[in-house]
Structure formats: C-alpha cells, structure tokens
Write a protein that binds this ligand. Structure first.
Ligand SMILES: C[S@@+](CC[C@H](N)C(=O)[O-])C[C@H]1O[C@@H](n2cnc3c(N)ncnc32)[C@H](O)[C@@H]1O
Length: 329
C-alpha cells in the first residue's frame, strides 16, 4: 500500500495499491449520484461541459453508425446530445442511480445498462463508436476498461475520450499576496493518487472522486489495449480573464482500434507458413491448390492451379536457400 485517504462523510478508507490502482471510485460515484445529477441539471450550472467543453469534444466524435456506446454515461447528458446528432446510443454506467436518472429523463430518456466499464455486458465488435467523456479518470481499472472498449469496438472504429488533464489534476490554484493566483504543484506529477475535491455553487454541492494519473499511463494503456492515437486536444476555459485559461484543464483524445490480428490462430492450424521475401505478406498453403495470404492482419484465400501453387512453394524455398547462402558467405 502506498497511499490512503478517508472519504468525506464516511469512515471508509480508499486504498491506493502499489502501482497506483485505486479500488473504490465506482462506489463513491453511486453514493454521490444525486449531487452530480442536481449539479449538471441545474439551469445555469457552472460545469465546463455546457460552457466550453462540449463544442471541442463533439468535433472529435465520429459520424453515427450502428451503435455508439457512452462509457460512464452518468445521468446521460452526453448520450442525449449524441442521440440528437443521430447516434444510436447505449449508455453504460456502474451506478444504478445514474442509470435510472438517464433512463427516466423527462424529455429524452436514454437506453442504458448498469455495468462495469472493465467488464462490459456486450459482445465483441458490437459497437462502431465509443465515447468516454470525463469518466476514465473516475474508473478504478483504467487498463481493464480500455481493453474492454477495444473488445467491443469493431476494427478501425473510434474511441473519443475526455479526461481531466493530468497537468491540471496534479496541482491547484492558490491565492497569492498580489491577489493573483498561482498554480501550485505540491506532490509528484508522476505518482498516481486518489483525488477528492468538494465544490459548491449557490445551494449546490458536489464531491468529485477521481484518480490522478500521469499522461504516460493513459497513452500506454491505450496502446496496450490496441489503439492508435489519431488526435489530441488540450482544452481549457474560454474565459481569457480566468486564471484557468493559462493551463490545460482537459485532455481530449480520438483513438482508433487497430484491426484484430487474424494471424493469432495460425500456428494452431495446419499448413506451411512462409514470409514472402521483401514484403510484409505471410503465405500459407491450405492444401493443394489453395493458398492463404495474410497482409496487415487480413487474410485472403486464393485458389490457384496446382502448377502455380507448386511454383509459389518452389519460389519460396529457392528464395530462402539463396538468402541463407548469401548470408553464410
Ligand atoms: C464525472 S461522471 C461523468 C458522467 C458523464 N460522462 C457526463 O459527463 O455527464 C463519471 C461517471 O463514471 C461512472 N463510473 C465510475 N466508475 C465506473 C465503472 N467502473 N464502470 C462504469 N462507470 C463508472 C460514474 O458512476 C459516473 O457516472
């Protein structure tokens, strides 16, 4: 154990395990769901989504397709906006209270399912777009959630995500003698940690539960889950008079799911596998007269005449022998 904090209003201790995994965030969000719902639904609420963030994020979201998943959908504000843009949205959230609010919205009830982002209740490749707006920093198992998102996304389809910028979550503004505000970093940027912050606006109060993680943690988790990063935006308050305008508050990323590697099953299947010299194509005989080619993770079957088939095999053997001969001498 490297760190712990007593959660406000409860005697529970949030435990940060070695390696930076926090194990409590999802349940805290369910306990505080009513605060969140009141906060984001209050007319004129100070939340950044309506003020400036929505317009930047929506520019990243791809065209509507068969199914768009909203991971950590909360009470459904992003899902409702996407639906209005023509997306067929399914929201997923661990919190039953959030899901109920989304599903019973008075004007635009949403389709939602209660579930953990790290164990999505959906089949492989079911979605052709996933959004995760302001949820991944609140999810205990980031790597598990991204792996699950990659599993349910179809090949070459996209994930649009927005998180609190790791630079923003590592420090905070403090008043100074000149009535200016300094952005102060007191703890290591590089160490993941639980962050609990309380905010108020008029009668509204809200507690945020999230994990600060350095940028590399997000990038590595995306790459390991099988994503390319296509676009990255650093978003901040539009209000130039605000001290926040000087620092990035949010990080928005558009990532593409790499095509599934079809060659994974190959070694277990019969046939001679050879790499054709000088190119990235793998070829495998699938019985006389049937040649299967694998290029960039996609497999193509070709019926060829027995003479052509023998020619390809002979060519491969000769090329291999020639390469072996010239490298040996
Ligand atoms: C800050 S709220 C954002 C909600 C919504 N995306 C929005 O912007 O209005 C974070 C949400 O993530 C959800 N969440 C936290 N951990 C989760 C998990 N493991 N699986 C699914 N949802 C989770 C919370 O219940 C909460 O609704």
């Amino acid at each position: 154990m490297t760190d712990s904090a007593v959660l406000p209003g409860s005697d529970q201790v949030a435990v940060m395990l070695k390696g930076g995994r926090v194990t409590v965030l999802r349940d805290r969000w369910n306990e505080h769901a009513n605060e969140w719902i009141a906060w984001v639904r209050a007319p004129g609420n100070p939340d950044s989504y309506g003020r400036f963030h929505r317009k930047h994020f929506m520019e990243l979201v791809p065209e509507a397709g068969r199914l768009t998943l909203d991971i950590g959908c909360g009470e459904g504000r992003v899902a409702r906006d996407l639906q209005a843009d023509g997306h067929k949205v399914l929201g997923v959230d661990w919190s039953p209270a959030m899901c109920q609010a989304a599903a019973t919205h008075p004007d635009k009830p949403m389709r939602v399912v209660v579930g953990d982002a790290a164990k999505l209740p959906l089949p492989d490749a079911a979605a052709d777009c996933v959004v995760a707006f302001m949820s991944l920093q609140d999810i205990d198992d980031l790597a598990g959630a991204l792996k699950e998102i990659a599993r349910v996304l179809d090949d070459e389809k996209k994930l649009a995500l927005a998180i609190v910028h790791p630079m923003y979550s590592t420090g905070k503004f403090s008043p100074t003698e000149n009535s200016n505000v300094d952005f102060v970093v007191k703890r290591s940027y590089f160490q993941s940690r639980l962050c609990i912050s309380e905010h108020s606006h008029g009668d509204l109060k809200i507690t945020f539960f999230r994990e600060h993680r350095p940028l590399a943690t997000y990038v590595q988790a995306l790459l390991s889950a099988g994503f390319y990063i296509e676009q990255l935006l650093e978003v901040t308050d539009d209000d130039e008079g605000s001290a926040r305008h000087r620092v990035p508050m949010f990080l928005d990323i558009l990532a593409t799911r790499r095509p599934r590697e079809k060659e994974v099953g190959w070694p277990n299947r019969p046939g001679i596998i050879s790499r054709l010299p000088g190119c990235s194509i793998l070829a495998r005989s699938r019985g006389a007269g049937n040649l299967e080619l694998l290029r960039r993770g996609r497999s193509y079957s070709r019926r060829v005449s027995p003479i052509a088939f023998s020619g390809v095999v002979l060519f491969g053997l000769l090329a291999a022998a020639a390469i072996a001969f010239f490298t040996a001498y």
